[in-house]
Structures are given as structure tokens and as C-alpha cells.
Design a protein around this ligand. Structure first.
Ligand SMILES: NC(=O)c1ccc[n+]([C@@H]2O[C@H](COP(=O)([O-])OP(=O)(O)OC[C@H]3O[C@@H](n4cnc5c(N)ncnc54)[C@H](OP(=O)(O)O)[C@@H]3O)[C@@H](O)[C@H]2O)c1
Length: 308
């Protein structure tokens, strides 16, 4: 496993991270344990969860299963998405952040969160209020670093300007939907990350498993995620199957698998710090660790993939 700095911070994260959105939901405790143990054994140190994953279930399982290994990992969680129908239990107000961070700490069974990410922008709360709350959490030792997720470029620039003007904590990372088939962030968000020196944490790196190549037109493997997901209609499209074939061909001609291309392409971007794939078995973790370590594309390969 190789390690990278998250943005311009000193925080070291494993190139392959572990997404925990299926812990306590699609995966019960025994399967979560198998995935987590395998990942830690193979050098994964970055784990990404959120309060909202399983409405606290993912954080709770992580807290229980990590035990004394908590100090070995960089634990990232998030706040902001609705925890229930109440208008009070969501967003990025000082009130909700202060309440919810305590709940996350309790569930995670820890005194501190390494990376506390704003899960989505909250248009109803001034960014100054949010940053002041995050600053207080950093000063109190409950949070080490802050990060964005699903922000627009202009919102991160605005937040950064506010943080610098008021001498508040400057977030170090941006977590956004990015993979070989989902490249919208290249227009505006990626340049903003570059300008701010943010570390990019791409989510859905495998487009929910589609980029493993296990789905074929009209054929969904039993038990696979997209068989049960609302995202299936958006991912399993005729256009995507055509693209998939081209990408597979590109990888095959160079002696690589599609999985190696999916990870290798993301990790060939200097802005990308860690790729948070989730997994449903120890075997998938092993495949992902191997695939992520295999291939860094040269500039001409990156250009060719771009054109595909
Ligand atoms: N910030 C945000 O708004 C946001 C949004 C979404 C996700 N995330 C983060 O991103 C992480 C990853 O997202 P994701 O899990 O939805 O998407 P993903 O990483 O693109 O897809 C992971 C899924 O693909 C399948 N898979 C993984 N490795 C495989 C392998 N080697 N062979 C075959 N299948 C494999 C598994 O599902 P099956 O075995 O069931 O097919 C796995 O759950 C989440 O855990 C979460 O931490 C963040």
C-alpha cells in the first residue's frame, strides 16, 4: 500500500480507502468485520463513513469493530444530510453540528474524528457560522481536519475566502462523484480543488460496481448492488455498456483489467489522495487492493482514455 498526503495537509492516507456506506445496512456485523479486518490487514488506513449511513449504524459498527485499532486508522465521517424527517436534524448550523458531532463520537467510540466533512452544502446557513463551529471543534480536540463533500467550486472558494479572512479552519479535502464514466467535476470543481490545494476523494469510484465489469447488458449478478439500487436506471444504460466495452478493450490491449483501469485512472490524477471503494467481501477487498496498486497511466494513456 502506498500513502499520500490529503491535499496540502500533513495527513497521510492510504491510496485505497474503504467506503463504509454498506456497513450495518447491506452488510451485517459478521460481513462488515470480514471486510474491515481484510482492509486493515492489507494496509488500508483511510475509512470513510457518515452519520447518515444506516442512520448511525455504519458509525456504530465501526466503533465496535475497530476497538483498539482505532488509532491506526484515519477515520472520516460526515454531517449534514437529513437524519430524519425533522427540519432540525440536518444541515450545517452551529446547533446541529455541535449536537451531531457528539452523537458521531459516541457511535464511533472515539474522542476525535480525523476528517469531519460537510456532506453537502447547506444554503440555509451562512458559511461563516459553519466554519466557526468547525473551528471550535478543532480547538476542542474533537476534530482534526475539515473537508467538503458535494460542494460547487464557487462554494468552496467562498468558504475558503471566509476561513482565511476570519482565521478559521480551512477544509483540506473535497469528496465528490468521480470515475471513468462520471466526469462532470472536471469542468469546474477539479480546477477549484487545484486552486485551493484540496485533496480529492472520489466517491462511487467503481460506479457502484459497474466498473468491475461484472454487469452485462440485461444480466445482473445475483446479490449485486445495482440489482437493488435506485441508481441502476442511471448506470445500466446502453451508452454506458458501449463505453464499458471501449474501456475494457483499452485496458486489455495494455495487459490490464477494467478494475485496474478504474483505480489506476483515478490515482493517476495528482489531486486524488485516496479512492474510497466499498466492498461486500474480503475477496473484493483483496482484488481492489491489488488492482489499485497496479497501474499508473502515462499522459498519453490519460489522453486516450479521455477521448474514449
Ligand atoms: N459523499 C457522498 O455524497 C457519497 C455518496 C456516495 C458514496 N460515498 C462514499 O463512497 C464510498 C463508495 O461508494 P459506493 O460503495 O456506493 O460505490 P463504489 O465504490 O463505486 O462501488 C462499490 C460496490 O461495488 C461492488 N464491488 C466492489 N469491489 C468489487 C470487486 N472487486 N468485484 C466486484 N464487485 C465489487 C460492491 O457491491 P456488490 O458486491 O453489492 O455489487 C461494492 O459495494 C461509500 O462507501 C461512501 O463512503 C459518498
Amino acid at each position: 500500500m502506498e500513502y499520500r498526503r490529503l491535499g496540502q495537509s500533513g495527513l497521510l492516507v492510504s491510496e485505497l480507502g474503504l467506503g463504509a456506506n454498506n456497513f450495518g445496512t447491506r452488510l451485517d456485523e459478521a460481513r462488515t468485520r470480514a471486510v474491515l479486518d481484510q482492509a486493515l490487514e492489507l494496509g488500508v488506513t483511510f475509512i470513510d463513513t457518515a452519520d447518515v449511513y444506516g442512520k448511525g449504524a455504519s458509525e456504530t459498527l465501526l466503533g465496535r469493530l475497530l476497538g483498539p485499532r482505532r488509532a491506526q486508522v484515519v477515520l472520516a465521517t460526515k454531517v449534514g444530510m437529513p437524519m430524519d424527517d425533522s427540519p432540525f436534524e440536518r444541515g450545517a448550523s452551529r446547533r446541529w453540528i455541535m449536537q451531531e458531532v457528539e452523537a458521531s463520537l459516541r457511535r464511533l467510540n472515539t474522542d476525535y474524528i480525523d476528517l469531519y466533512q460537510l456532506h453537502e452544502p447547506d444554503p440555509g446557513t451562512p458559511i461563516l457560522e459553519t466554519l466557526q463551529a468547525l473551528e471550535d471543534l478543532v480547538r476542542a480536540g474533537k476534530v482534526r481536519y475539515a473537508g467538503y463533500s458535494n460542494f460547487a467550486g464557487w462554494q468552496m472558494i467562498d468558504a475558503d475566502w471566509t476561513a482565511r479572512t476570519w482565521h478559521l479552519v480551512r477544509p483540506i479535502s473535497a469528496q465528490d462523484h468521480y470515475n471513468l464514466l462520471a466526469r462532470d467535476i472536471e469542468r469546474e470543481l477539479l480546477p477549484a480543488c487545484r486552486a485551493l490545494g484540496l485533496g480529492l476523494i472520489p466517491y462511487y469510484p467503481l460506479e457502484s460496481g459497474f466498473l468491475t465489469g461484472k454487469y452485462r447488458a440485461g444480466v445482473i449478478p445475483p446479490g449485486a448492488r445495482l440489482g437493488e439500487s435506485r441508481r441502476a436506471d442511471r448506470v445500466l444504460t446502453a451508452e454506458n455498456f458501449v463505453r464499458l466495452e471501449r474501456l475494457e478493450g483499452f485496458a486489455r490491449e495494455r495487459g490490464h483489467s477494467l478494475l485496474e483501469l478504474a483505480f489506476g485512472w483515478l490515482l493517476s490524477h495528482s489531486e486524488v489522495a485516496t479512492v474510497i471503494a466499498s466492498a461486500s467481501s474480503a475477496e473484493q477487498v483483496r482484488q481492489n487492493v491489488q488492482a489499485a496498486a497496479t497501474w499508473r497511466l502515462d499522459p498519453s494513456e490519460m489522453e486516450t482514455v479521455g477521448a474514449l
